[in-house]
Ligand binder design. Structure first.
Ligand code: NAD
Length: 479
């Protein structure tokens, strides 16, 4: 087998690739081996100004193109992603660590997202409102909000940029994206596909740098009219404050701590299998990952036993090996965090049923871990774990479990397993989440809204809501 190749990294400004030259750089590591993959060039203040100028000019060109012409370019890019999916999936696994099968799915989903926005951009209809006065016509136009600054993290490095780029471009906006410095290659590949699809210069710009400096520089520029961020709640709050200074629109997709409520009437075996598969996808580094398992008292013991048994069977290894079922964590900060969750659980007399330890040797490996008999005050039950660790506790009645599920400031995803239609309906009404999966963990598709409530964010990406977040309304009154 030919060794997989990483990609040539660069900044993309005004339709051209900018490489290291005089710029400082930052190494990118393979989290499975600790080997250096490449040096990433970091943007200077002049580069950021050039990106802003370019986005400003790009917006003037792009907004005047027809929705059809924009749609064709997005669709061509989606097809290029599909043609190149194997290469891009390898780049993704090399820099992020997730298993190659998950990387392939992620690249294909990114192509589907661009396709979906290519279609939906052609349906950004305005409306004509009947007036109260004869001879007056009210027309509501939908227009692109303007150049966008977007910031994406390292856990889902293809789909998250695809959502922001797809939504912005379909609406007629230009965009400057700062992808995560730890996983830059996947976004570079995404940008290459859009470049090769014929995107005019300036419409899309890609930069990397010191995150706080880049976000301050871009968000404080009058050129930027909208900010979209995916990442932690703490950083989301900071960027929202920066955006408020210029009354700029924001979409914030922040942290979550998804409750999974398992009622005694569910099919236990099917539910456990679904829970384990969802929990350890991308080694738990997913904002909608199931994290707080509330299992009814009557089935708690067999559920915990079976959950731990299946978890213990997960083959952990380099994501490029077809035998691996879970890869390493994306960076050493996550392994440190996992240790501290386990230590806190031990101090509270919880049971580490399986796992709890890091892998020996190179890479950021951590064993898939199950912790039982946890008090709600344990850090694992109150702070977003963002790693391969499942906290499992029990409950007795509906109101009690709803209260506990809603007790945190987070409100991104939630899940429940029950055969009762009445209970499913009741849960839909009372759980404080942006996305609720009942008897399923699949709550993210290109055509449905993806976003949280409470401190998990504001606004939605995906679905018609995703497109709408890049559009402003203009009323034209004609006498
Ligand atoms: P972090 O909060 O510093 O960084 C998260 C992401 O935000 C990174 O990609 C980083 O480059 C970016 N970032 C950080 N400061 C920024 C700034 N001032 N301006 C713009 N972008 C900035 O820390 P981390 O160690 O990478 O992650 C810590 C926690 O963040 C995780 O435990 C998890 O809870 C959360 N997180 C959430 C998501 C998500 O999908 N919602 C993704 C990644 C991380």
């Amino acid at each position: 087998m030919e060794a997989p190749r990483y990609t040539a990294l660069g900044l993309y400004i005004d339709g051209r690739w900018v490489t290291a030259e005089e710029r400082s750089g930052q190494p990118v590591y393979n989290p499975a081996t600790d080997e250096e993959l490449a040096i990433l060039p970091l943007a200077t203040a002049d580069d950021l100004d050039a990106a802003l100028d370019s986005a400003s000019r790009g917006f003037m060109v792009w907004r005047r193109m027809t929705a059809h012409a924009r749609s064709n370019i997005l669709r061509r890019a989606a097809n290029l992603l599909r043609e190149r999916s194997e290469t891009i999936a390898e780049v993704l696994t090399l820099e992020q660590g997730k298993i190659i099968a998950e990387s392939r799915i992620e690249v294909m989903l990114s192509a589907d997202i661009l396709d979906w926005y290519a279609e939906e951009g052609m349906r950004a209809y305005g409306r004509v409102v009947p007036s109260r006065t004869p001879g007056i016509r009210f027309t509501v136009l939908q227009e692109p909000v303007g150049p966008v600054a977007a910031f994406t993290p390292w856990n889902v490095p293809a789909v998250t940029p695809a959502r922001k780029i797809g939504g912005a471009l379909a609406a007629g906006c230009s965009i400057i994206i700062k992808a995560a410095e730890e996983t830059p290659g996947t976004c570079v590949e995404l940008v290459k596909a859009l470049h090769d699809a014929g995107l005019p210069p300036g419409v899309l710009n890609l930069v990397f740098g010191a995150p706080a400096e880049v976000s301050r520089h871009l968000i404080s520029s009058p050129t930027i009219r909208k900010v979209s961020f995916t990442g932690s709640t703490a950083i989301g709050k900071e960027l929202t404050k920066l955006a408020a200074d210029g009354t700029k629109r924001v979409t914030m997709e922040l942290g979550g701590h998804a409750p999974v409520i398992v009622f005694a009437d569910c099919d236990v075996e099917r539910t456990v299998q679904a829970c384990v598969a969802a929990k350890f996808r991308n080694a738990g580094q997913v904002c909608i990952s199931p994290t707080r398992f509330f299992v009814h008292d009557k089935i708690y013991a067999p559920f915990l036993r079976r959950f731990a048994a299946l978890t213990g069977e997960i083959a952990v290894g380099n994501g490029l090996l077809p035998s691996s079922q879970m890869g390493p964590l994306a960076n050493p900060r996550r392994t440190t965090a996992m240790h501290s969750f386990v230590e806190d659980a031990r101090e509270r007399d919880a049971t580490i049923v399986t796992g709890g330890n890091a892998g020996a040797g190179a890479g950021n490996f951590f064993a898939p871990t199950v912790v039982g008999h946890l008090p709600d005050e344990a850090r694992l039950m109150s702070e977003e774990p963002f790693g391969p660790i499942a906290g499992i506790t029990s409950f007795r009645d509906f109101d009690e479990v709803v209260h506990r599920a809603n007790a945190l400031p987070y409100g991104l995803a939630g899940y429940a397993f029950t055969e009762s239609l009445r209970r499913a309906n009741d849960l839909s009404d009372v759980l404080e989440v942006g996305m609720l999966g009942i008897n399923t963990f699949s709550v993210s598709t290109p055509e449905t809204p993806f976003g949280g409530v409470k401190e998990s964010g504001s606004g939605s990406e995906g679905g018609i809501e995703g497109l709408d977040s890049y559009l402003v309304k203009k009323l034209v009154v004609q006498a």
